[in-house]
Design a protein around this ligand. Structure first.
Ligand code: F6P
Length: 322
């Protein structure tokens, strides 16, 4: 078998466990030494690679380094947010493929979310168009858990843990000061992390992008809790949650409206609307990017390593398009 090299990159928002999948690709690549020459890593994703920023991971990382890589919560190769041209005739693709050919790349792995899978899709289609033998494989990573064709993406469970802990910890002040607390949870345009953390943390109200909300209903729910003798309320709101009124607007109009309103994020808008309708103190907690870092949960560690290894294993089986 003619040996070819692997090129692997990390892209988009990191997760606590993104290095686990890189570890999986490198180890599985090394195991298939009959088919794989060496493993190169793009530094800062495809954007970095285009600027000739990459490293030879097979030469750089010792076995001890690999063990550290598996356990260290960081995006070792760095990341980027970079959208490839829609038009496959753009000279961008020719330039990129020349760079891949110069490194004798046979297998290209991209660890990321929706934009990264879009990159993999475009490169695969371009490869088919020019009859290139280079194969492209996407490894599904995102805390948002919103990748088509997957049951669960790695990073999601760790983010749920962190958001749940934020809700758990807010209970102390919410109850001691009889406040309404809004905990804003990440997830881009979907509510998976919020729903799971909200249920696990015992949030009293959960607002998701998938179900546009009505502020009057939210206030009604808070008041009925007070009437029932519960003097605090915790609201888990997804960063992409939206009112019924805004959901009815065309996309462009909505964007203009949001820019005009100028709230830092959805929690601030919701807090103001609630505060305008009642006297109870309202406070905001935004765990933000902490949901993508720190020590990953065991479930994610196992899933990330398995998916990284499975992706490299597809090479041997010559089972592409996944
Ligand atoms: O896609 C992952 C994610 O963390 C989303 O949940 C969030 O909307 C977005 O990335 C934030 O991106 P940035 O790092 O650019 O602020």
């Amino acid at each position: 078998m003619n040996k070819k090299n692997i090129l692997v990159g990390q892209s988009g928002g990191p997760t606590a466990v993104i290095n686990g999948s890189l570890y999986g690709v490198i180890c599985e690549g090394a195991r298939h030494s009959d088919a794989v020459g060496c493993v190169y890593g793009m530094i800062n994703g495809i954007e970095g690679f285009l600027a000739d920023s990459y490293m030879n991971l097979s030469e750089t990382l010792s076995d001890d380094d690999l063990e550290l890589l598996r356990l260290t919560p960081a995006a070792y190769l760095g990341s980027c947010r970079f959208k490839l041209p829609e038009n496959l005739s753009d000279s961008f693709y020719r330039v990129l493929f020349e760079k891949l050919e110069r490194l004798d790349i046979g297998y290209f792995f991209y660890i990321g979310g929706n934009d990264s899978m879009d990159t993999v899709s475009k490169l695969s289609r371009y490869a088919a168009q020019i009859k290139s033998p280079i194969r492209f494989i996407g490894i599904p990573k995102t805390i948002d858990n919103d990748l088509w064709g997957t049951d669960m993406t790695f990073g999601f469970q760790s983010a749920v843990d962190i958001a749940t802990e934020a809700i758990d910890r807010i209970h102390t002040t919410a109850t001691s000061h009889s406040r309404v607390f809004i905990v804003e949870v990440m997830g881009h345009k979907v509510g998976w992390v919020t729903l799971h953390a909200g249920i696990a943390g015992g949030a009293d109200i959960i607002l998701l992008p998938e179900i546009p909300y009505d502020v009057d209903n939210v206030v009604r729910a808070i008041k009925s809790r007070t009437e029932a003798g519960k003097h605090f309320t915790i609201i888990a709101v997804a960063e992409g949650a939206i009112t019924k009124e805004d959901a009815a607007l065309p996309k462009k109009k909505l964007k203009e409206k949001q820019e005009k309103k100028g709230y830092p994020s959805v929690a601030y808008e919701l807090a103001e609307k609630i505060q305008n309708r009642m006297d109870q103190e309202v406070r905001i907690t935004v765990p933000g990017h902490t949901q993508r870092g720190g020590s990953p949960c065991p479930y994610d560690r196992v899933l990330a390593t398995r998916l990284g290894a499975a992706a490299a294993d597809l090479i041997l089986k010559e089972d592409y398009g996944y």
